[in-house]
Design a protein around this ligand. Sequence first.
Ligand code: C5P
Length: 216
Amino acid sequence: MNSPLLIHPKRIAIDGPAASGKGTLARRLALHFSLPHLDTGLLYRAVGAQCLERGALEDEAASVEIARALDISHLNPEALRSAGIGEAASVVAARPGVRTALLELQRHFAAQPGGAVLDGRDIGTVICPDAPAKLFVTATPEVRAQRRFSELEGRGEITSLETVLADIRKRDARDSGRSDAPLAMAEDAALLDTSNLGIEAAFAAALSLVEQALRA
Ligand code: C5P
């Protein structure tokens, strides 16, 4: 029989730009391995949403205070998925004080004994640099814009494909260009381009890469 000491926690770090498919893959992987999952974008979205509510998006000190007080047991994913909140999230996420305030709770979530799946922009590089399995999920901006457009349309948000593509490009530039924890692929991450993959094919590819990494 295996000694429990030999069972390594399955920590799975998934990063990638907006609408790359990383969230869906993270959820599916968590279900497959029966692991808890944290969509870390929701943390930044929750901070961005509260800043918008207070009319304080430009107030850096207020955003840091909101991030410090964030209670992750009370996040409402559905209410946080709008395009406006995504944009506000990306603004507050560029502030080092906000990132520091959210760091420990993400590391604490990742440190659960059996492991965990986290997805975001800096999971493999900053939050869990020692995760045994890291994926960087990407797709072309055009494919991502089409996916996000369909998602927003399904939620009844009125927009155009051109607007969504412009938003995606703007968010990519801000997320990759910020000085603190920019969106970047960890050196030891496996790259998965989902541009030409449906969800089942993308999941099969992600699972195979993760299983390979966990065996190594
Ligand atoms: O993934 P999602 O689109 O929900 O993330 C919203 C924003 O939160 C991103 O554009 C990014 O600026 C920020 N974010 C981040 N680091 C993470 C997760 C999200 O900076 N780990």
